[in-house]
Design a protein around this ligand. Structure first.
Ligand code: ATP
Ligand code: MG
Length: 138
């Protein structure tokens, strides 16, 4: 598998619960390299734009409310098969279904407040990296 880059967000719930360091340690422990990083408080338009693909879903309002309630840590991760590798490390969207050893098993509360985001494919990875790191060479 070729080297890939993916976008990670440590969501407001995980930041509030002081799990930034624990999650970054799991990321680095899985062999992924952190290539760029920003901590910021998403505005409503930024959160709505980032999750625009979900705007017709019933949970969209709740999702935007959650993602804007406190700061997040956004990073570009790089490694062999990074997109799938990070999705596997994150675990299932609903932590009730997440495997032992995953970030969501350890730190997520429920399907909404689930600690982390990771790009789900090469196209979304490129779009999402550009969204937060304009001008970054993907
Ligand atoms: P993410 O895109 O954040 O990496 P994901 O790809 O595992 O997560 P998606 O289906 O893309 O899951 O949903 C995006 C986010 O929307 C979820 O991570 C979660 O925060 C929220 N979400 C998804 N389903 C629900 C739901 N049924 N109720 C509330 N929030 C939800
Ligand atoms: Mg998703």
């Amino acid at each position: 598998m070729a080297t890939q880059r993916t976008l990670s967000i440590i969501k407001p719930d995980a930041v509030e619960q002081h799990n930034i360091g624990n999650i970054l340690a799991m990321i680095e422990g899985a062999g992924l390299s952190i290539k760029a990083m920003r901590m910021l408080h998403l505005t409503r338009p930024m959160a709505e734009g980032f999750y625009a693909v979900h705007k017709e879903r019933p949970f969209f309002g709740e999702l935007v409310e959650f993602m804007t309630r406190g700061p997040v840590v956004v990073s570009v991760l790089e490694g062999d098969d990074a997109i799938a590798k990070y999705r596997a490390l994150m675990g299932a969207t609903n932590p009730a279904n997440a495997d032992e050893g995953t970030i969501r098993k350890a730190y997520a509360k429920d399907v909404g407040e689930n600690a982390v985001h990771g790009s789900d494919g090469p196209d979304t990875a490129q779009t999402e990296i550009r969204y937060f790191f304009p001008g970054y060479e993907v």
